[in-house]
Design a protein. Structure first.
Length: 175
């Protein structure tokens, strides 16, 4: 028996709303949850792409927003639920994004998932050439978690090594 057209349309709409876990193209309009992520998370720091952490990390982070790395980042219940769902749906273990797959491959099995993207072996490995002294006493950087300071396209997911500009240094590779 064929499904009624209305039911098919509903199922198709649900599938579209669920998304594929892929980042939207630069020309696609942002979803409400994606816009909320950029607004709320981006008001204090680079709105990290969800594929930098596994779903378990995002769930734990979002369940403790009243003590979010020393700050109160509480949201209304509806916004918190929407943002949590967005992060979980697009997390490293739920996305088809290649960087997310690399993050997951770098995580040791059987260990508690990291709460900071700077604690993932993937991020540590990709930044191994950057001396820690670059961050010490550099108010423009502060820490490795300030992605947007060196990666001008970080908010859009562009981490091209050729575009890295480390503020407060002339040529950090020769320091």
């Amino acid at each position: 028996m064929a499904l009624p057209r209305r039911l098919l349309n509903i199922c198709f709409g649900i599938a579209l709303a669920a998304g594929t876990g892929e980042a939207q193209s630069a020309t696609a309009p942002a979803s409400g949850a994606e816009a909320l992520h950029k607004k709320e998370c981006g008001s204090c720091h680079t709105p990290y792409q969800a594929y930098f952490l596994p779903a378990a990390s995002w769930e734990k982070i979002m369940s403790g927003l009243n003590k979010h790395f020393g700050e109160n980042a509480e949201l209304g219940a509806e916004d918190q639920a929407a943002l949590t769902q967005y992060l979980v749906n697009n997390a490293a273990d739920h996305t088809k994004n290649k960087r997310g797959a690399r993050v997951m491959a770098s995580l040791p099995s059987g260990k508690e998932p990291p709460l900071r993207l700077t604690e993932t072996p993937y991020i540590i490995k990709t930044h191994h050439e950057v001396p820690k002294k670059i961050f010490v006493n550099n108010p423009k950087l502060k820490s490795l978690s300030n992605c947007g300071a060196c990666h001008p396209g970080a908010a859009a997911g562009n981490y091209d090594e050729d575009e890295v500009k480390i503020p407060g240094t002339k040529n950090w590779e020769k320091d």
